[in-house]
Write a protein that binds this ligand. Structure first.
Ligand code: NAD
Length: 352
């Protein structure tokens, strides 16, 4: 299976590196790079220096019999036109996230793939992040009892990166950049429908697109989730907080630091009050050691290169594609409702 990378920027070159590592494992389901295409001569040069072939035009890829698939790692507004041309040329398509600029556009891309009998999927790769898999394991194992509230957060202080991510027409903004991943993870982890949501976007840097978002999702099964993306925060905040009726788990970062605190004795008989600011509190005091148990995070690791392996196998008809159309469109519907909520400052009742 050979794939051409269209767009050899930050993500395209990262894929090239990872695909090189995948190839070095001599996989049973190979996925090799036939070449790249980029409009920027500097990126073409960078690819050549890595020993990759540079196609001179997209048409050369469409006509290349050795290339069965394409990986679209171009700015977001170019996903749709490239996907439609690649489908017409009979190439399977691995598209970077966010799949498109709207649900309707995403549906057209899927329709084009079906019309031409090619596989189409989206790189919603953070489903295979160890921190996420660990949180999902915590929810499913019941180690902190029934989970009722989750905070999923990514924060940085570097603003919106690059040029095109600052432009609305190009699919810029942090909701489309990071929000898509965090929503996808949560929809994978919670087997229930979203029934209510509220969202605020931030515009701290004065760009025409959001530089952060704060989204609250309520699910039919009673779980509420807060998703926060920030590019203006100079201090570390936990990547995940998971609240269960019998305890709390924290995943500090992608390095999987953190832990689980589980209640042993609900009413803490040895609880000692403390001074807090100008007052006194027992409510907010630390529990005594005898009333809780501290456990390491039950870390879950993803299978290495699971995404590429699945894509190669799915193209060969050996297994079902992992990131499915209805899941991709569902994430988009949540993002569209979130945009409406943020624009109109309203809580939205839904059934997504
Ligand atoms: N899944 C992830 O974890 C992840 C992470 C980062 C980026 N992405 C996605 O990858 C895509 C690319 O993002 P990036 O950060 O690499 O952007 P980037 O700006 O670093 O790279 C984009 C590349 O596309 C090239 N390009 C622009 N117009 C082109 C055209 N018409 N034809 C061919 N090449 C063209 C640019 O020259 C550039 O090299 C985006 O959709 C982004 O959302 C995904």
């Amino acid at each position: 299976m050979k794939l051409a990378i269209i767009g050899y920027g930050g993500m395209g070159s990262y894929h090239a590196e990872l695909l090189g590592q995948y190839a070095s494992t001599a996989p049973a389901d190979p996925l090799e790079i036939s070449g790249i295409y980029d409009i920027d001569p500097a990126r073409v040069q960078a690819a050549k220096e890595r020993g990759l072939r540079a196609f001179s035009s997209p048409e050369e890829i469409w006509q290349d019999k050795d290339t069965q698939a394409v990986l679209l790692a171009v700015p977001n507004d170019l996903h749709a036109p490239y996907a439609e041309a690649a489908a017409a040329a009979g190439k399977h398509i691995l598209c970077e996230k966010p799949v498109a600029l709207s649900t309707a556009q995403a549906q057209e891309m899927y329709a084009a793939a079906k019309e031409h009998g090619v596989l189409f999927t989206v790189h919603q790769n953070r489903r295979w992040d160890d921190d996420f898999l660990t949180v999902r394991g915590i929810i499913e194992s019941g180690v902190i009892g029934d989970v009722y509230k989750i905070e999923s957060r990514v924060v940085g202080s570097n603003g919106i990166p690059g040029a095109w991510r600052k432009e609305k027409a190009r699919g810029g903004g942090m909701m489309l950049d990071w929000g898509v991943h965090l929503i996808d993870q949560i929809l994978q982890a919670i087997p229930s429908k979203v029934v209510r949501l509220y969202c605020e976007y931030s515009y701290i840097y004065g760009e025409e697109v959001d530089d952060g978002c704060d989204l609250v999702l309520h699910f039919k099964n009673g779980i509420s989730v807060r998703i926060v993306v920030a590019t203006d925060c100079f201090r570390h905040l936990p990547r995940w907080m998971v609240y269960g009726i019998d305890g709390t788990a924290v995943v500090e970062d992608w390095d999987l630091s953190g832990g689980v605190t589980r209640v042993i004795e609900r009413e803490d008989k040895n609880l000692v009050g403390m001074r807090a600011g100008n007052g006194f509190t027992k409510t907010m005091a630390q529990r005594s050691h005898s009333s809780v148990q501290k456990l390491p995070l039950p870390v879950v690791h993803a299978e290495p290169f699971a995404f590429y392996k699945n894509f190669a196998r799915a193209c060969a008809g050996k297994e079902r594609i992992a990131v499915r159309e209805e899941e991709v469109l569902r994430v988009f519907r949540v993002m569209e409702y979130a945009a409406k909520s943020a624009e109109e400052h309203v809580v939205i009742d839904a059934e997504i």
